[in-house]
Write a protein of this length. Structure first.
Length: 543
């Protein structure tokens, strides 16, 4: 599987121009925005139901077929219509979903008891056979699931009782059961998928799931209309809105105008350039919440100058990351010591914090950087950095990298690509030819740092774009994947993190907050990063 991460996520996020060296940006967890507001995990509970809620998406989903839904707009919609065996809550806990229980009778077995009384949108009952069908799609190479890598350690999926499904693993795997709270554990009607065939999950084929909303209409290029699932099984998460309209507002100016005018009630994609304006708006309020994101520089080519670790370290030391945060987000982000954000820590936080704090300080040391470049022979071969057209956030980062390289005597060229050519960098080796670096906003799907460590930097990692390899790192991560004791797992991650941080296969930048705008007429939405997998829309009601 290749995570299809659109840098800027096709949102073309506009940020403040320039890259000053203000010291206000910090690497500690931010708790205030430019107006002094606090970081929160949710908004006030609704006073009652509401007839309709409107929401802005920053681009149109490519597919709502759960095996191909691995990006922002896709999962933001799908989370409200289709459900998973387990559920990720707004406070980053994993609880039962369509499986009323998950038992772990042996190191390599997970037994899921399927919830009775659940029906699909067409009225047909959820069965263990539907669960087996849905889960096995990730194992079928002909399907080519984007979530397939999380199924690499699965040996079999079998119905073992009328409402029971057993997953047998090839080895211990602490990541797999957590991924059942994402579309890697999504469940759909087997009969409906077979009937729709290639049309399934498209505007013409639709969905037939079990969530609090059902897909009513997908108008290509315009919007997706959802309506409340009146037969929803979970009364505590019953949708408060009778109808939801999710519009595709790609341009930042258009999205901002729609929020200001009340045309839409909210978005998770508040353009950073509009923060000051929207914070002063009488139409609603901006909320900031903890994210599991990290913005990083992917070094994609080790055959040029960046193949020398000293050059990579030099760029890291010369890069004014605090300046980028201030220029791009008004200081509303945390400069990172590691490519994986601390917000992904779902366990053993004191242990993980001690390992993180022991990593090198993220400050600028230009003299040390120059010395490293000299030791590397002052390479003159050009370095090509790919960035996304019309994305000022990435433009700020790109110019900062160019400035750092120039100060070091390195020849860095910026190559601007349209979205259609930028997105393939993440899954097509041919698209990366001639590209030495490109930029990304990555994230962990679950509160588990191994979600990134295991797929990016291991020798056989599906997102190991540059061929980085370190046998000791591989050993530590392999052991961590089997470590069910949280403290033992955290200690192994700390050791592995130290190795990668020293080798700099990627350059860490910063971890942003979730930025949510909500109009005055609605409330209830969670402000954490769970909106990709949790039915957030069901929580929205009248203010």
């Amino acid at each position: 599987m290749r995570r299809i991460c659109y840098a800027g996520f096709a949102a073309a996020i506009v940020l403040l121009a320039g890259c000053g060296g203000d010291d206000n940006a910090t690497e500690t967890t931010g708790t205030g925005n430019s107006t002094g507001g606090a970081s929160v995990t949710g908004t006030a509970k609704p006073s009652g139901d509401i007839e309709k809620v409107s929401w802005a998406l920053s681009y149109e989903p490519t597919s709502l077929n759960w095996v191909y839904a691995y990006n922002y707009a896709e999962n933001t919609v799908l989370a409200n219509v289709c459900e998973n065996l387990m559920r990720l809550t707004p406070d980053y806990k994993i609880e039962p979903g369509l499986a009323e229980s998950a038992e772990h009778p042996s190191p390599t077995k997970w037994v899921y008891t399927i919830r009775s009384g659940v029906t699909f949108n067409d009225g047909s009952p959820l069965t263990a056979a539907d669960v087996v069908f849905s889960l096995r799609r990730h194992l079928d190479p002909k399907v080519g699931s984007y979530w397939g890598s999380w199924w690499a350690n699965v040996k079999s999926v079998e119905k073992t009782a009328p409402m029971e499904v057993t997953v047998t693993l090839k080895r211990r795997d602490v990541i797999f059961p957590q991924m059942m709270a994402t579309p890697a554990g999504a469940i759909e009607s087997a009969a409906f998928v077979r009937k729709q065939g290639a049309k399934y999950g498209t505007p013409d084929g639709g969905l037939n799931c079990t969530g609090p909303f059902r897909l009513a209409k997908w108008s290509k290029g315009q919007n997706i209309k959802l309506v409340r699932n009146e037969g929803y099984w979970d009364s505590e998460h019953r949708a408060r809105a009778a109808e939801a309209d999710l519009s595709f507002l790609v341009a930042e100016a258009t999205r901002t105008s729609a929020l200001e005018s009340g045309q839409v009630d909210g978005t998770f994609d508040v353009p950073p350039s509009a923060l000051d304006k929207l914070e002063q708006s009488s139409a609603g309020k901006i909320f900031f919440g903890p994210s599991m994101q990290s913005f990083d520089v992917i070094v994609s080519n080790f055959k040029g100058p960046l193949g020398d670790v000293r050059v990579r370290r030099a760029l890291l030391l010369a890069l004014d990351r605090k300046g980028i945060v201030n220029a791009a987000l008004g200081g509303r982000a945390n400069v990172l010591r590691s490519v994986v954000s601390p917000s992904s820590w779902g366990y053993a936080e004191p242990t993980l914090r001690s390992g993180y704090d022991a990593l090198p300080d993220p400050g600028v040391d230009l003299e040390a950087a120059k010395k490293l470049v000299e030791e590397a022979g002052s390479p003159s071969k050009p370095i090509t950095l790919a960035t996304l057209a019309e994305d000022q956030q990435l433009s700020v980062i790109s110019l900062a990298l160019k400035d750092a390289a120039t100060k070091l005597g390195l020849n860095l060229n910026i190559k601007t690509l349209p979205v259609g050519k930028y997105a393939p960098l993440f899954f097509d080796a041919k698209a990366r030819q001639g590209i030495d670096m490109f930029l990304t906003g990555w994230y962990t799907d679950i509160p588990e740092p191994l979600n990134m460590w295991a797929t990016i930097f291991t020798s056989k990692g599906v997102s190991n774009y540059n061929g980085y390899t370190n046998p000791e790192y591989d050993r530590l991560i392999d052991e961590a994947i089997s470590a069910e004791d949280p403290e033992a797992r955290a200690a192994l991650i700390n050791k592995a993190q130290e190795i990668v941080t020293a080798d700099v296969p990627w350059i860490p930048l910063y971890a942003p907050d979730v930025r949510v705008f909500l109009s005055n007429r609605v409330t209830g939405v969670p402000t954490t990063f769970v909106y990709l997998y949790y039915p957030w829309l069901a929580d929205i009601g009248a203010a």
